[in-house]
Design a protein around this ligand. Structure first.
Ligand code: 3PG
Length: 208
């Protein structure tokens, strides 16, 4: 399971966490992020148009579109049917793991404690989302988990910004990070796709 997830995480230092409120934003947003150097795109299933956005973004050249906020087996089915090539979940349940395996959807499940990470490893997952990163101990917590479990790679998300991304990306056990700052609602509403491309380029240049 994790081999494909690791491939997704290797694409760029930052995976944009996207909330699409207007389906018309999907394609220009995806094009801007990909043009700026961020090909892996996480569209959160938090708005009524999220699945429609995934369907539209799936055709954007150079992009790899995934679905975030997977909470249920139905979410997994719908995401896969819409064309998502990977899934992201804030947590990890047996139901979710089974659904992703049934659908053949690579999953980045969430885990922040040693026990959660150990359970993920038991199920064959060693590429995990660390969420919510900022309030779960941040980079210091990920570094500490790496001592007993160096084989696990993390994608911290939640409270990651341009200012603190390097704290995470400089760790050996951080593969990439996720953040919403590269796709701000105000820029989408203003149709400022060049501005979003600039934000993407800045994030894509972060060292890791
Ligand atoms: C989320 O799932 O909302 C992400 O973790 C985004 O967090 P951010 O808005 O702090 O980047």
């Amino acid at each position: 399971q994790s081999r494909q997830a690791r491939r997704i995480c290797a694409l760029a230092p930052i995976i944009p966490v996207i909330v699409v409120k207007d389906a018309a934003h999907a394609v220009p947003l995806a094009r801007a992020l990909v043009a700026g150097g961020l090909p892996a795109l996480e569209v959160t299933l938090r708005t009524p148009v999220a699945l429609e956005a995934i369907r539209a973004m799936a055709d954007v050249e150079g992009g790899t579109v995934g679905a975030g906020t997977l909470l249920t087996a139905a979410d997994v089915k719908a995401a896969k049917a819409a064309g998502a090539r990977f899934g992201v979940s804030p947590g990890l349940t047996e139901t979710l793991v089974k659904a992703c395996e049934d659908e053949g959807l690579p999953l980045l499940p969430g885990a922040v404690t040693a026990s959660e990470v150990m359970r993920a490893m038991e199920w064959g997952y060693d590429c995990l989302k660390f969420f919510p990163a900022g309030t779960s101990g941040g980079a210091a917590a990920i570094k500490a988990l790496g001592a007993p479990m160096p084989q696990v790679g993390f994608c911290p998300t939640g409270g990651v910004s341009l200012a603190n991304a390097t704290d995470y990306l400089s760790l050996k056990n951080v593969l990439c990070a996720g953040g919403s700052w590269v796709a701000p609602q105000a820029k989408m509403e203003a149709g400022d796709w060049m501005g979003i491309e600039d934000l993407a380029r800045e994030a894509a240049a972060l060292p890791r």
